[in-house]
Design a protein around this ligand. Structure first.
Ligand code: FE
Ligand code: FE
Length: 376
C-alpha cells in the first residue's frame, strides 16, 4: 500500500466545468507548497449559489476525472457528493483529517474566497484545521495581503500568499463561450472539451435536441466524427470570422442523412433533405454547406469551405497528409481548401475513379480567385 501523504492540498468548487485555471492552481500548489497530493473536490451543492443549468453532479465529477487523467499528484474526491446535502468546508476538512490523521491540510483558495472566509460556516475551525493558501488571480485587484493579515490577527490563521500563477479563466466564461458557439480550446483540457461537446453540455435546448437526435440516427463512429467536425468547424469559424452557430448546425447535420434510403442521390444531398424536412432548418446558407460538404463548388462561401475542410481534418481523420492540411488550415483557409481539393482529385485520378465535376469547378474557380486577390 502506498504511503499516506503528509501534505495534502484541497481544492473545492462546483467545477461546472473544471477548467485550465483550476488545473494550474492544483499543479502550482503541488510545486510551490511541496504537496504530495491535491484533492479536487466537487461540491455537492455550493452553499452560496444555486448551480447553473447544464451539467449534472455526475457530469461535473466525470469532467474533473478526465481533467486529472495522467496528472501526477492530482486526484478527484467525491466525499462532498457522497455526503449529500450542502457542502461545507469544515465537514470536508474533518472528514479528510479523519482519513489522513497525520497529514497537514492546505486549503487552496482564490482571492475572493480569502476575503469571504470569515463568513464561512465555522470559519475559525476551518482556519485551525488547515493552512490557507491563497492563489491570486492575475487580474485580482489586490487586497490579499490585508485580508491575510486580518485572518492572522483575528483567527490566528496560517495564511500563505503563494506565487502561483493561474490563468484567469472562469467556469461561467467557459459556459458562455459554448452558448455563443465559440471554441473552448485553451480554456478546458482537451478531454473535458470532448466530453462537453459529446454530451451537448451548456448549449440551448434547440442544439441539444438536434444533437441527441443525430446521435440516435448515427453509428457511434459516425457520431464521433460528427462531433469532431463540429469542434473543428467552431475553431475555424472563430479563426476566420464565420458565424459559429451556423457552422455548428451545418457540422452537426452534415452527415445526418448517411443511413437514409433515398436511392441515387449522394449522402450530402440526403443530409440536406433531412436537415430541411426533419430538422426544419430553413437557413439556406447552412443547407448549402451541408449539400456541398464532400465536393464544394464554384462560388463556395466561407461557411461552405469551413464545413468542407472541417470534415476532412477533424481529429479522428487519419490519412497520410492530414497533419500538413491541419497546419495549413490554421494559416490560410483558401490554400488549405485548394490543397484538399487537389489531393482528393489526384487520389481519384490515380484510382481511376469518376472525377467530380463540382470539385474540379471549385478548384479552378479558387485558383482564379486567389490570382485576382493574392493574400500574400
Ligand atoms: Fe459526409
Ligand atoms: Fe462527414
Amino acid at each position: 500500500m502506498a504511503v499516506s501523504p503528509r501534505r495534502i492540498g484541497i481544492l473545492g468548487g462546483s467545477f461546472n466545468p473544471i477548467h485550465l485555471g483550476h488545473l494550474a492552481m492544483a499543479q502550482g500548489a503541488l510545486q510551490s507548497l511541496l504537496l504530495e497530493r491535491v484533492l479536487i473536490i466537487p461540491a455537492n451543492e455550493p452553499p452560496h449559489k444555486q448551480l447553473e443549468e447544464g451539467a449534472s453532479t455526475l457530469q461535473r465529477v466525470e469532467m474533473a476525472r478526465r481533467a486529472v487523467m495522467g496528472e501526477q499528484g492530482l486526484s478527484v474526491s467525491t466525499i462532498e457528493i457522497m455526503r449529500s446535502g450542502k457542502s461545507f468546508t469544515i465537514d470536508t476538512l474533518n472528514e479528510i483529517s479523519g482519513l489522513y490523521p497525520n497529514a497537514q491540510l492546505f486549503l487552496l483558495v482564490g482571492s475572493d474566497m480569502l476575503k469571504d472566509l470569515p463568513a464561512w460556516k465555522n470559519a475559525k475551525a476551518v482556519m485551525q484545521k488547515a493552512v490557507i493558501a491563497c492563489i491570486c488571480r492575475s487580474s485580482a485587484g489586490g487586497g490579499e495581503l490585508e485580508a491575510a493579515n486580518m485572518l492572522k490577527a483575528e483567527y490566528g490563521a496560517d495564511v500563505r500568499i503563494t506565487d502561483i500563477i493561474a490563468p484567469d479563466i472562469s467556469s461561467s466564461a467557459v459556459r458562455a463561450a459554448i452558448a455563443k458557439a465559440l471554441p473552448v480550446k485553451g480554456l478546458v483540457p482537451p478531454l473535458v472539451e470532448n466530453y462537453i461537446y459529446k454530451n451537448a453540455l451548456y448549449v440551448t435546448e434547440y442544439f441539444k435536441s438536434i444533437q441527441e437526435s443525430c446521435r440516435r440516427g448515427l453509428s457511434s463512429g459516425r457520431y464521433l466524427h460528427t462531433i469532431g467536425v463540429m469542434k473543428t468547424a467552431l475553431e475555424l469559424a472563430a479563426l476566420y470570422g464565420a458565424d459559429g452557430n451556423k457552422a455548428k448546425l451545418a457540422a452537426l447535420l452534415h452527415d445526418c442523412g448517411r443511413s437514409l434510403d433515398k436511392g441515387a442521390i449522394s449522402h450530402a444531398e440526403k443530409s440536406e433533405l433531412l436537415a430541411r424536412e426533419k430538422y426544419q432548418v430553413a437557413d439556406e446558407e447552412v443547407l448549402k454547406a451541408i449539400r456541398l460538404h464532400t465536393t464544394l463548388d464554384e462560388g463556395a462561401s466561407l461557411l461552405d469551405k469551413i464545413i468542407y475542410l472541417a470534415d476532412m481534418i477533424e481529429p479522428n481523420r487519419k490519412f497520410q497528409w492530414v497533419e500538413e492540411l491541419r497546419a495549413l488550415a490554421m494559416l490560410n483557409l483558401d490554400k488549405a481548401v485548394m490543397e484538399g481539393l487537389r489531393r482528393t482529385i489526384g487520389y481519384v485520378k490515380t484510382r481511376h475513379l469518376e472525377l467530380n465535376i463540382k470539385s474540379q469547378r471549385a478548384l479552378i474557380w479558387l485558383e482564379a480567385e486567389l490570382k485576382l486577390n493574392p493574400t500574400e
